[in-house]
Design a protein around this ligand. Structure first.
Ligand SMILES: Nc1ncnc2c1ncn2[C@@H]1O[C@H](COP(=O)(O)OP(=O)(O)OP(=O)(O)O)[C@@H](O)[C@H]1O
Ligand SMILES: [Mg+2]
Length: 481
């Protein structure tokens, strides 16, 4: 067989595949770059499975004009100068490969400014700079990645048919939310918004997301390990110097010590770990001198697990603006004063009763320690909830789209209606609760409310026979002046 050198185009796609296999890999690299740039606010927007649209915006140091043309070139980095630096890394990045890999398999747009006055935009396609111009932008960097794998159709189709990509994206984001409590993360996945405000401690952030835990700390002169132990968690996580990693040895030790649900943070001097052992930096190697595995094993030997109050809260905060009680509009010769809440009630009740809703998936699923009957699950599904049953738990990862968004507590209240003994009025209470939350989380603008209200039959009163609209003749108002 004859040996030939591969073309550059093939080489770059193969090497990109080592770093970027999926949209969640893109998100990981972009978040890491923002953290390396010392951002304290990161906004992440993802549409669908991320194949067509990922945007990560930060308020970090920004990229200078001279550097911006080079960022997507292979081996261009500001983070590593000599090989030895790898053993003293304070940053996630060091290879100068992430943006190169991303740009080889997508359309990449980067806008950046180091001072908020002068900004530039660079557009890369399949690894080549195709456009460069001035732009107005705030201090920091916006990276937009479109049409991932447009030139690797097999990979693209694979992701398109994947059922777990959105889950992977959420898990990836959550890793950094958990490790960096001092950063505010604003996350939007397919129009669902979540805000993780800066927290004052790691404990606070973890508690906001996963509820109560038991904490144990192992400290030696060379390293420290914090164990956060839960009654139940979606996925176990191990961080080394805030880097999410896999470490089968540590996982095994924990499992043998009867710790099944955990987040572990290991802090160690960078000189004692090698990060350069996995193309996606998903594993690290500890220096033998640390004896870390034995130390952990011994520490956990006497570990008696305390029962932890079971509650998994998955979302910290949902944006909500205070709303006025009334909205006004003028129609013909009249001023109409509209009771906002009642108008919304009328709109949403109609939608619900006419079955004008679809299920929308939640950015992060909610888990409840309830058991409810099959009959009630049928009702939940009928009204647009997506329900999965686990042992002694129900997991809700979708709600009817008439409710724009929902907090854990509010959803808990809706579901717990089915736990009450009395059957009387159960369905009515349930429908009421859905409508109340639709109102609470409504994003409708005043104009939309007015338009929708007037498209309904009998807009003047709601289903409880309460007045929605009060009219005053403009002439009458005129006379008052
Ligand atoms: N959000 C950002 N803010 C500021 N500078 C950035 C940002 N993203 C990238 N850069 C600059 O672009 C360079 C290249 O980024 P890239 O992610 O490709 O490589 P890296 O982070 O240096 O190494 P790695 O491949 O290991 O991630 C970085 O070294 C950094 O100087
Ligand atoms: Mg990087």
């Amino acid at each position: 067989m004859k040996i030939k050198k591969l073309s550059d185009n093939v080489i770059s796609k193969i090497s990109a595949g080592e770093v970027i296999n999926s949209p969640s890999d893109v998100i990981k690299e972009l978040i890491e770059n923002s953290i390396d740039a010392n951002a304290n606010e990161i906004v992440i927007q993802v549409r669908g499975k991320g194949l067509n649209f990922i945007k990560v915006k930060d308020n970090g140091e920004g990229i200078s004009k001279e550097d911006l043309v080079n960022v997507a070139k292979k081996h261009y980095t500001s983070k590593l100068f000599s090989f030895e630096d790898i053993y003293n890394l304070k940053t996630f990045g060091f290879r100068g490969e992430a943006l190169y890999s991303i740009s080889s398999v997508s359309k990449l747009i980067i806008r950046s400014s180091i001072d908020g006055i002068e900004g530039y935009e660079a557009i890369f396609e399949a690894g080549k700079l195709v456009d460069f111009r001035n732009c107005h932008c705030q201090k920091g960097t916006i990276v937009l990645v479109k049409e991932i794998f447009f030139n690797v159709p097999i990979r693209r189709n694979f992701i398109l048919s994947s059922r777990s990509e959105v889950k992977k994206i959420k898990r990836t984001i959550l890793n950094y939310v958990l490790a960096f409590e001092n950063i505010t993360f604003k996350v939007e996945i397919s129009n669902k918004k979540l805000i993780f405000e800066k927290a004052s401690s790691r404990e606070e952030r973890i508690k906001n997301i996963f509820g109560d835990f038991q904490k144990k700390i192992l400290r030696t002169s060379d390293f420290s390990v914090e164990f956060y132990i839960f009654d139940k968690i979606d996925e176990n996580r191990i961080f080394v110097n805030k880097r999410p990693v896999f470490d089968s040895k540590i996982s095994q030790i924990l499992s043998k010590s009867n710790i099944k649900n955990y987040i572990v943070f290991i802090e160690v001097n960078p000189k004692d770990i090698d990060i350069n052992v996995h193309p996606k930096k998903l594993e690290v190697k500890f220096s033998k001198n640390l004896n870390i595995y034995d130390e952990i094993k011994n520490f956990l030997k006497d570990n008696v697990q305390v029962k932890i109050k079971p509650k998994i809260v998955q979302i910290s905060k949902i944006e909500q603006k205070p709303q006025p009680k009334f909205i006004t509009t003028i129609s013909k010769n009249k001023l109409l004063i509209i009771h906002r809440e009642r108008a919304l009630r009328k709109i949403y009740i109609q939608k619900l009763l006419n079955k004008q809703y679809k299920t929308q998936m939640l950015a992060f699923p909610y888990v409840f320690k309830f058991q409810i009957s099959d009959e009630n699950i049928k009702i939940l599904k009928l009204y647009g909830f997506s329900v999965n049953l686990k042992e002694k738990e129900i997991l809700i990862d979708g709600i009817p789209d008439i409710i724009e968004n929902i907090s854990y507590e509010d959803l808990e209240q809706i579901i717990s209606i089915f736990l009450r003994r009395e059957h009387f009025l159960k369905l009515e209470n349930f429908i009421n609760a859905i409508v109340e939350n639709a109102i609470k989380y409504s994003n409708l603008t005043d104009e939309e409310i007015i338009l929708r209200l007037f498209s309904l039959k009998n807009p003047n009163v709601d289903d409880l026979n309460r007045r929605i609209i009060y009219e005053i003749d403009l002439d009458e108002i005129e006379q008052k002046f």
